[in-house]
Design a binder for this molecule. Structure first.
Ligand SMILES: Cc1cc2nc3c(=O)[nH]c(=O)nc-3n(C[C@H](O)[C@H](O)[C@H](O)COP(=O)(O)O)c2cc1C
Length: 158
């Protein structure tokens, strides 16, 4: 027998993760970005990562249309950025600082790391799509990460 949604959330909420904002654009050139914690490493050779995006998300079609995306890994002082990209604003890039990277996509400034990815594969799975990207460029900084655990933002305690 399958578990309930509440049991699923309670169990998966025990898994601590970092927080990313994944950005892309659709065929019309409109920019999209979504807060994603379902992100992980897949392969070293070639260098692959994955991000799971809900099919109902307003940005989902853009990830299907685009051949590239950028994973912006957030620093501990970027809770507001996470909440901003987890909202349903019409244009999430107003007053957001970014540079332009792979495929003219937005690379958010002041992040812990930015991974510019070429779309490698995608798989529909349940109510999400798994987008696999091959990293073409990675930039990193030495700050602390924003952490999400048990439905709350947390800070790393050394
Ligand atoms: C900390 C956090 C982690 C999230 N992780 C994911 C995720 O991994 N995948 C996903 O599809 N949505 C995730 N969400 C929810 C989306 O960010 C949210 O539904 C967003 O409003 C979708 O934006 P859109 O409809 O403009 O695409 C997360 C939200 C938060 C606050």
């Amino acid at each position: 027998m399958a578990i309930t949604k509440e049991e699923f959330r309670a169990a998966l909420g025990r898994f601590a993760s970092g927080v990313t904002v994944v950005t892309t654009k659709d065929d019309s050139g409109k920019l999209f970005g979504i807060t994603v914690s379902a992100f992980c490493s897949v392969s070293l050779e070639p260098p692959l990562i994955l991000a799971c995006i809900e099919k109902r998300a307003g940005s989902h079609h853009a990830f299907q249309q685009s051949k590239a995306f950028v994973v912006n890994i957030l620093r501990e002082d970027q809770q507001a950025v996470s909440n901003h990209f987890a909202s349903h604003l019409e244009d999430k890039f107003v007053n957001v600082e970014y540079d332009t990277g792979i495929g003219n996509l937005p690379v958010l400034r002041n992040c812990l790391a930015n991974l510019e990815c070429r779309l490698h594969d995608s798989y529909e799975s349940g109510d999400h799509t798994i987008f696999i990207g091959q990293i073409e460029k990675a930039t990193v900084s030495e700050e602390n990460p924003l952490i999400y655990w048990h439905s709350k933002y947390r800070e790393l305690k050394d």
